[in-house]
Ligand binder design. Sequence first.
Ligand SMILES: *Cc1c(COP(=O)(O)O)cnc(C)c1O
Length: 397
Amino acid sequence: MIENQDLSFQTMAIHMGESPDLSNPASIPDITMSNTFLADPKVSFSAENLEEDSAHTYTRWSNPTIEILEKKVAALENGEAALAFSSGVAAVTSLMLNKLKSEDRMIISDVTYAGIREFANDILDGLNIDVVPVDLSNIDSLKDAFQKPVKLVFAESPCNPILRLTDIKKVANIAHENGAQLAVDSTFGTPCVTRPISLGADYVIHSMTKYLGGHGDAMGGIVVGKNKDILNLKQRVRVHTGAVISPFNAWLINRGLATLPLRMKAHSENAIKLAEFLENHHGIERVIYPGLPSHPQYELAKSQMDSYSGMFTFQVKDPGALMKRMNDFRIFHYAVSLGHHKSLIFYLPTKELQESTFRLTGEQLDGYRKYGGDGIFRVSVGLEDADDLIQDLDAVL
Ligand SMILES: *Cc1c(COP(=O)(O)O)cnc(C)c1O
């Protein structure tokens, strides 16, 4: 197996974790679908006794195909270890359930992937966990939230859906000064764009359903962190909730990772062309893309991101009228999700999203509107030809 961490990112994306099995020296690893493995009669029946290097016993505990994916993502994120889950939501909620118990406090970005905020509002709150939503781009409000001890700070950068950034280095320092750990959902960035662990985060999380898989055909999530934290997460949560990724999906996502650096470069190049086109289009009020100088945190984007990924949003005067034309695209699909080879677009109305999910008021609502306006069209730019995409947008706008 390739262990050399000095390899370049692109080489690691292809080789890390993959070791030709000498009994079947295939160049491309086969999928191990077996859910059980011939066991040493001395193996303990309890996952409590699992160790980092335990032999494979049962796929909910560990599996060779899943392990390839975990090793590769850990290497790409500059982390010690990783644990793969059935979805991005399973990865985030497993980490939260592992770190938090009744009366503990968690600071969460006041804008996150909607399903995560709803989980925090509805499930964690019901478990008597003190969930404090904070605009993490406002360092003073972050500091205020540490009046009581905090176990975990949960951030996204860029955040879904408004593309606000979190200054990961700064937030990590403040979290650590106050005895808390920092988890960063880096789904929009991918390790090609930002590496949160190198900036001080304790955990990086991905919905691998998005860019890491990259082809819209497999769900998965992953948490990267320190060996002891990841083993603890496996023993206490993944084994017991059963939210493990299927080996087939792990294989597909590992296959997607081989081209991640090439895809992210192309996504980024397409996104800047489309964002610039829209910024100069008479029908468009505003475009938000971290790679445009008009992004409110462009300086932070330049210092924290190597490229700017393929996600941007735009606002128009009359979204209702444009919504009526969403089925007129030849290429774009009107659909949720993101990070696929196909271009996707979806509308997120501020009022509805605030009522269902974020429930922000006052300064926090103003902070949301600074990026989200009354509503945004969220675009995930695919890998089609940029001129074809521009023509498609132009015809519908
Ligand atoms: C999609 C997404 C998730 C959830 O991932 P699933 O794989 O759909 O469960 C979490 N965080 C972010 C930022 C996402 O975009």
